[in-house]
Design a binder for this molecule. Structure first.
Ligand code: C2E
Ligand code: CA
Ligand code: CA
Length: 754
């Protein structure tokens, strides 16, 4: 069945999305917990392979020992090792200009081999022989990109031929991007580790200066390293006072300290180490670390110091600390520092009961610039953006680069109003074109705003919410958006309900109620409108108004409509077999009109249930028709030509012109219940109902009044020669079983039409 396969393909799609999210979460977790890339590689390879149902996953990294790439890690499904690309061949290498790994490396574009049997050309060279003989048939290669460059290639191979699957490619690319991010993080960590290491070795190799003095601070001995540290020759040092190596301000303190020590009760120095300033022979102040000890020989007391020059180390530490907190390209504070400052700002704001605003900003067309003009231009642009941003803000604000083309501005003591003004200022600053290497570039920005305490109480929450707002700004192409709480709650709730609704359609939680449409002309046919209900496992029966809009937005309306149609026709057949001829109306929503398979679905189901097409009425609201008149005309014509009756629902709420109505192949109009409900007491409503009835009759249409809630309205409709009536006064929507009973009971006596 077409509708079934459609439903299947839709649910299949949603399942794939779900799997994708799951795989992403797995990989994020793996990467977050891993110590290093090497550590994480086998696990994320496995996760990627399992996600895409591949037999083999391999990681191609740059080989530093030769020009080319090597397969540095490989994961094989059980039994796949024997397929020829097992761990034993993990040493595969691709030299520059060779094979597909190299292509992917150079082009940064994923590549798919459907079947080696027919597409052998580009299998990575070292594996060619292996791949040919054994069972590997297809593969997909995705680049791992970070900082705009391909850093490695992930290879996924299968023992079966596989047709190119764009969705799968997109999903693998997304996973590879996560891996790329991790690379970036690891590289940063590595840089810090490497420089720390370097400084440790330097100081270790360089032997400490060793100087011994007597009680009067006279230098008794010094080693060659002391010459190097202080710049004096040993001759110049020995016999002189240690104070010659001290800055002016320290000499007196030293003498006093020495006196105190010698006369005080303290007996021994315990190699305590101190950081002190000292003076180099050149007059330059240096920073030394000195460990001091006392050696006493009889009555003679001497003191020895082991001394290191830590000036450079200190400077390096300071530089490292700076690097760790700043972005190397723009010199702006980085994410770590921003988080830190945001945290501080929130603490201060909390104490003083003031607000703090956070702006998160993402350039709109940065990727284009990077792709078109290259990374150097991209970098130059970012630098200019950074300086314009810094220029547009006050000294007390923090402008930070969070990575890529993402920036943040922290505005202390600023409320939502102030943040909006700042966002506008930022927008203005970035609107002027940038000149990069002779090109005039225009890049806009999307800005998300979150404010303490309104939108969050801590820095993490504010960052997350500013991010939500930024995406909203991006989506709506508005320059900036202030976070609004329903924005992300709505979206997560929506996801949940969407998943539930999908299950409901699959899992028999939907049911139909049937509301009779009573003929006012004494005509014997039984007419009903099928109305869907969702029997929600927790919330109980849920009205269509609460889930049809969601179904429309998410595309679930297609399987839902198919379900309703099938169920209606099945029920109709059951009634028919029990001796009741029932004409059934089914609601089609606006989105349904855009479904190219709609007609096929309808005719197929009519065949399945062996139904006369004229026993089916399709209701489409007037507003849906007006949304896309040409489309509506086409769909209605198709249905009409197939013999199905068409009805305009909620008539009177849209603004269809008479001329338009004439063109439509329509059989019935249903006057909207808003006019009918009060027609007994509201003269305007009554006259609208009257004119719609005569308009409909003029066009040769059946007219139905819905929302008949009282006797008086029913009488008036009879008098106005309305054809059919529907409403609570006649009957509420009923379960299929109750409906048979209802058909059997006498109708309210209708006024006699004269
Ligand atoms: P609708 O097509 O205008 O359906 C009539 C609605 O008015 C039904 O609400 C019905 O229970 C209600 N109603 C009937 N008589 C009276 C009355 O005398 N007074 C008042 N105040 N209301 C009355 P329901 O079942 O909650 O359906 C609401 C809407 O949901 C429907 O409006 C229709 O647009 C949509 N819907 C229902 N079933 C389906 C479906 O299977 N597919 C699609 N696409 N939409 C559906
Ligand atoms: Ca309807
Ligand atoms: Ca209606």
């Amino acid at each position: 069945l077409d509708d079934l396969s459609e439903r299947e393909s839709l649910t299949d799609h949603l399942r794939r999305c779900e799997r994708q999210i799951l795989a992403q979460q797995t990989i994020i977790r793996l990467l977050a917990e891993a110590e290093s890339l090497d550590d994480a590689t086998p696990d994320f390879l496995e996760a990627m392979a399992r996600h895409g149902e591949w037999d083999i996953a391999a990681f191609w990294g740059v080989d530093t020992s030769r020009p080319g790439m090597s397969r540095t890690c490989c994961w094989c499904a059980e039994g796949a090792a024997s397929a020829g690309l097992g761990t034993d061949s993990a040493q595969g290498t691709v030299r520059c200009g060779e094979g597909i790994v190299d292509d992917v490396w150079r082009s940064a574009a994923p590549h798919w081999i459907e079947d080696v049997a027919t597409d052998f050309r580009s299998w990575p060279r070292p594996d060619a022989a292996q791949a040919q003989a054994p069972a590997l048939r297809s593969a997909c290669y995705v680049p791992v990109v970070f900082d705009g460059r391909v850093r490695s290639v992930i290879e996924l191979a299968s023992r079966n031929p596989r047709t190119r699957d764009e969705e799968q490619i997109a999903s693998l690319v997304a996973l590879a991007t996560l891996v790329g991010r991790f690379f970036e993080r690891e590289r940063a960590d590595e840089a810090i580790r490497a420089s720390e290491e370097r400084y440790r070795t330097i100081t270790e190799i360089a032997h400490d200066a060793v100087i011994t003095i007597d009680e009067t601070s006279r230098i008794l001995s010094a080693n060659p390293a002391a010459e190097r540290v202080f710049g004096y020759s040993l001759d110049e040092l020995i016999g002189r006072s240690l104070t010659m190596l001290m800055p002016d301000g320290m000499r007196e303190a030293h003498r006093a300290g020495m006196r105190r020590y010698l006369t005080g009760g303290r007996r021994h120095l315990h190699w305590e180490s101190l950081e002190l300033p000292a003076i180099h022979q050149s007059g330059r102040e240096i920073l030394i670390e000195i460990s001091l000890g006392e050696f006493s020989e009889g009555a003679r007391r001497t003191f020895t110091g082991f001394i290191r020059d830590i000036t450079e180390r200190k400077q390096a530490q300071t530089a490292l600390a700076y690097q760790a907190m700043h972005d190397s390209l723009t010199d702006l504070p980085n994410r770590t520092l921003l988080q830190d400052r945001l945290h501080q700002a929130v603490l201060v704001a909390h104490r003083h009961a003031t607000p703090v605003a956070l702006l998160l900003l993402d350039l709109d067309r940065f990727k284009e610039v990077n792709d078109t003009f290259g990374h150097d231009s991209g970098d130059a642009l970012l630098t200019q953006v950074a300086s314009r941003l810094a220029g547009a803000m006050r000294e007390s604000d923090t402008v930070a680069r969070l990575g890529g083309d993402e920036f943040a501005v922290l505005l202390p003591a600023t409320d939502t109003g102030g943040a909006v003004t700042a966002a506008e200022r930022v927008g203005d600053a970035l609107r002027r074109p940038f000149t990069v290497e002779g090109h005039e570039l225009e890049v806009g920005a999307s800005i998300g705003i979150a404010v303490y305490p309104e939108h969050g109480n801590d820095s993490a929450m504010l960052l997350r919410r500013a991010d939500v707002a930024m995406y909203a700004a991006k989506r709506t192409a508005r320059g900036y958006t202030v976070y609004s709480p329903d924005r992300d709650e709505r979206s997560s709730l929506r996801l949940l309900v969407t998943a539930e609704l999908r299950q409901a359609i699959d899992g028999n939680q939907l049911l139909l109620r049937y509301q009779p449409k009573v003929s006012l002309r004494g005509d014997a046919t039984n007419n009903v409108e099928a109305l869907v209900r969702w029997n929600h496992p927790e919330k109980g029966p849920t009205s269509p108004d609460q889930f049809i809009p969601l179904a429309e937005e998410t595309g679930l309306i297609k399987p839902l409509t198919a379900w309703v149609l099938n169920e209606s026709l099945r029920q109709q057949r059951a009634w028919r077999e029990a001796g009741h001829d029932v004409r059934i109306s089914v609601n089609f929503s606006a989105r349904t009109l855009h479904d190219p398979d709609l007609l096929t679905t309808v005719t197929r189901l009519l065949e399945v249930w062996d139904t006369d097409p004229s026993r089916l009425i399709v209701e489409i609201t007037e507003s849906a028709l007006m949304l896309d008149p040409d489309r509506a005309l086409k769909t209605l014509s198709d249905l009409h030509d197939a013999g199905v009756w068409t009805s305009i629902d909620d008539f009177g709420t849209g603004y269809s012109s008479l001329g338009y109505l004439r063109r439509l192949p329509v059989d019935e109009i249903k006057i909207d219940k808003s006019f009918v409900i009060d027609m007994a007491t509201n003269r305007d409503d009554a006259s609208i109902v009257r004119s719609v009835i005569s308009l409909g009759h003029n066009l040769g249409l059946h007219v139905v009044a819905e929302g008949v809630e009282n006797r008086r309205a029913l009488d008036m409709l009879v008098e106005m020669e309305c054809d059919l009536a529907q409403g609570f006064f006649l009957s509420k929507p009923l379960a299929a079983g109750d409906l048979i009973e209802w058909f059997g009971t006498p109708r309210p006596r209708l006024a006699v039409v004269s």
